[in-house]
Design a binder for this molecule. Structure first.
Ligand code: NAD
Length: 286
């Protein structure tokens, strides 16, 4: 029987979440996604109108099916945490049960269990500001949306994850090397995410036999990356300097996620896996 995957952070067909969904679907998994509440309407409409049909094509020729789309805002753990102004916001009031706890409960109710959990989301409101110009509020918002969101997701989904299951997040090399332009505390958020990957691998491994890994991905022209403003430069830099001189395709990250989710990776946990054409291994530009 095929596995079931929940992928948090899919709102169009340009990002890593979409590519991971496709690779998992191609490997036979049933796909559930969590979509950021403000992006839900446009994503569902586009999906329904066939706007993504071309990018839904799997290697065999069939189309990826998304069994269910759940509204999600991963900065809120439960209903009680949601501030009144957000509750009253038109886009949020239009859907329900989108806090992390409620989404996990809905998935449990609908399907009972999952095998694979993917966290493919990040948000740093001050990402374009250097760290020295980042406010406390912006820094904490980056950590909340990009790091704690993962702790919270895993915490709430772990009880419905099957033993032998696999959890995967997406990180970026700015956590360990200086990448000017990746600001607003986003470099700090990725450092926390990578450290948490190790601690969560221990806790989830001992408690539930679930593996926890993170993929350190190279630059991709996603919606989120375009908002940072330096993505074309990073892609050019990688093309010029990486051991493999080709543009990174989102599918290469998707395929790695499918590998990590499979029994082929049964002894891999607590790891940061680089999928970046080898750029991380370079010491100097050439
Ligand atoms: P993306 O825009 O496809 O994905 C980010 C998603 O996060 C969006 O769908 C957005 O709606 C969602 N999101 C933001 N705040 C949210 C919240 N509070 N609750 C729920 N969802 C929320 O862009 P992407 O670049 O594919 O990003 C996916 C992951 O890959 C992120 O963790 C990102 O840091 C990481 N990554 C990206 C690159 C790159 O170059 N694009 C490189 C390395 C790592």
């Amino acid at each position: 029987k095929g596995k079931r995957a929940f992928i948090a952070g899919v709102a169009d067909d340009n990002g890593y979440g979409w590519a991971i969904a496709k690779s998992l679907a191609a490997a036979g998994a049933e796909i559930l996604v969590g979509t950021w509440v403000p992006a839900l309407n446009i994503f569902e409409t586009s999906l329904r109108r066939g706007k993504f049909d071309e990018s839904r094509v799997l290697p065999g020729g069939s189309l990826m099916e998304i069994t269910k789309v759940y509204p999600l805002d991963a900065v809120y753990d439960n209903r009680e945490d949601v501030p009144e102004d957000v509750k009253a916001n038109k886009r949020y009031a239009g859907s329900s049960n989108w806090t992390v706890k409620e989404v996990a409960e809905s998935v449990k109710e609908d399907f009972g269990s999952i095998d694979v959990l993917v966290h493919s989301l990040a948000n740093g409101p001050e990402v374009t500001k250097p760290l020295l110009e980042t406010s406390r509020k912006g820094y904490l918002a980056a950590i909340s949306a990009s790091s704690y969101s993962y702790v919270s997701l895993l915490k709430h989904f772990l009880p419905i994850m099957k033993p032998g299951g696999s959890s995967i997040s997406l990180t970026y090399i700015a956590s360990e090397k200086i990448i000017p332009g990746y600001g607003g505390g986003m470099s700090s958020a990725k450092a926390a995410l990578e450290s948490d990957t190790r601690v969560l691998a221990f806790e989830a491994g001992r408690k539930h036999k679930v593996r926890v890994n993170t993929i350190s991905a190279g630059p991709l022209r996603s919606r989120a990356a375009k908002a940072i403003g330096f993505i074309d430069m990073m892609i050019d830099y990688s093309l010029a300097n990486a051991p493999l001189q080709k543009e990174l395709s989102a599918d290469e990250v998707g395929n790695t996620a499918a590998f990590l989710a499979s029994p082929l990776a049964s002894a891999i946990t607590g790891a940061v896996i680089y999928v970046d054409n080898g750029l991380n291994a370079m010491g100097v530009g050439v």
